[in-house]
Design a protein around this ligand. Structure first.
Ligand SMILES: Cc1ncc(COP(=O)(O)O)c(C=O)c1O
Length: 357
């Protein structure tokens, strides 16, 4: 239907009804709805926009020295050179290590008795560099590409507080976790925070069209004005940003998520997934199980490495496409997976692991 009305329009100096409706809709999903949205076409381009907005925000405020961007060690935010400057996975990005800026990283949280959220080492990085820092960017609660590494919501809560105290913007990259993956609409909802910038992609259109967005607080947006003595316009865009058909797909997906209570139902299915996967903890080859909403992770012991490809192949022959990350097998199924489908996939994984060990 949308293709018959308007199949394409750029959004630079122009707009169209779908892009306005989707911007309003996204703003309404955030804790503080005073927001504007910049659209892009995939997760990486939304991240790239967020990073540039953060730098130009401080430039607009006449504080150009605040131009550093830092992420968490082994974070992943896409494959552009800009995204590699803030997120860098050693296993994927080694050839580019001398071509991207590497400021100090936030260490991955290691909770301890004295520091239950594992935040204190990150606090010291932020406080040490606050004068230069434009923004911190993180994958909320789960580092996907690094091997589905999960960290406490308390860390994210403290990170938001620390960024605010030190005049550093917080970018929460919800490209992988957004729209129910963790059992809440956004992963950052577990931490009770209201990030300055939020990037979304993937599930925004339920995978039907490439579409992504960077949702920004109005206090940031308002500094991008061309009305003062200095032109503070954000000269940035992509041809397909805010594509009318992509927006229509996103609006339809958000309607369906709401009508079918997709997020609440995913939280219930997640509980079943945890119960059904639990017996795998007893297998001799398993180092650890980890869970976060509709993410179930089986990390195998290091000695399992030579068998990973064979296990993957055997599962493929049974009709299951697993994509292990190093020694990590994980389930990240569609939120609408049925109980029977999910149980069968878990059973296949368990049986196959038992067979090989
Ligand atoms: C957290 C995160 N950010 C950004 C991206 C990049 O998204 P895209 O592959 O759509 O460019 C990904 C992709 O997996 C991601 O997981």
């Amino acid at each position: 239907r949308q293709a018959d009305v308007l199949q394409h329009s750029i959004t630079g100096s122009l707009t169209h009804p779908n892009v306005l409706a989707l911007a309003d809709r996204l703003a309404s999903l955030l804790p503080s709805p005073d927001r504007h949205t910049l659209f892009a076409s995939d997760g990486c381009s939304a991240v790239e926009a967020a990073l540039k907005i953060a730098i130009q925000y401080w430039y607009n405020l006449r504080r150009p020295e605040k131009n550093w961007l830092i992420g968490m060690d082994q974070g992943y935010h896409g494959d552009s050179l800009g995204a590699l400057g803030a997120g860098f996975v050693d296993d994927f990005h080694k050839p580019f290590e001398h071509s991207v800026l590497h400021h100090e990283k936030l260490p991955f949280p290691r909770p301890s008795a004295d520091d239950p959220d594992g935040f204190e080492p990150s606090r010291s990085v932020i406080e040490r560099h606050a004068e230069q820092l434009a923004a911190v960017i993180v994958e909320p609660l789960c580092q996907g590409s690094a091997g589905m590494r999960i960290y406490p919501a308390g860390y994210l809560n403290k990170l938001a507080g620390c960024c605010a105290e030190n005049e550093v913007l917080l970018i929460v990259d919800e490209v992988a976790m957004g729209f129910g993956r963790t059992g809440k609409r956004f992963a950052f909802n577990h931490a009770g925070i209201d990030p300055d910038l939020v990037t979304v992609g993937k599930a925004l259109t339920a995978g039907y069209m490439p579409m992504s967005a960077c949702i920004v607080k109005d206090s940031i947006y308002n500094t991008f004005s061309d009305e003062g003595s200095t032109d503070c316009t954000f000269y940035h865009g992509n041809t397909y940003a805010g594509h009318p058909i992509g927006c229509a797909a996103a609006l339809a997906a958000l309607d369906i998520y709401e009508a079918e209570d997709t997020v609440e139902r995913a939280a219930e299915t997640a509980e079943k997934m945890r119960q059904w996967m639990q017996p795998m903890a007893e297998l001799g080859c398993v180092k650890e199980l980890r869970f976060l909403g509709m993410i179930g992770v089986v990390e195998l012991k290091p000695e399992a490495k030579p068998l990973i490809e064979k296990i993957k192949q055997s599962l493929f022959e049974q009709g299951y496409l697993f994509r292990p990350l190093g020694n990590v097998f994980y389930l990240m199924p569609p939120l609408i997976i049925t109980a029977d489908e999910l149980r069968a996939a878990i059973y296949a994984l368990q049986q196959t692991l038992e067979e090989f060990y």
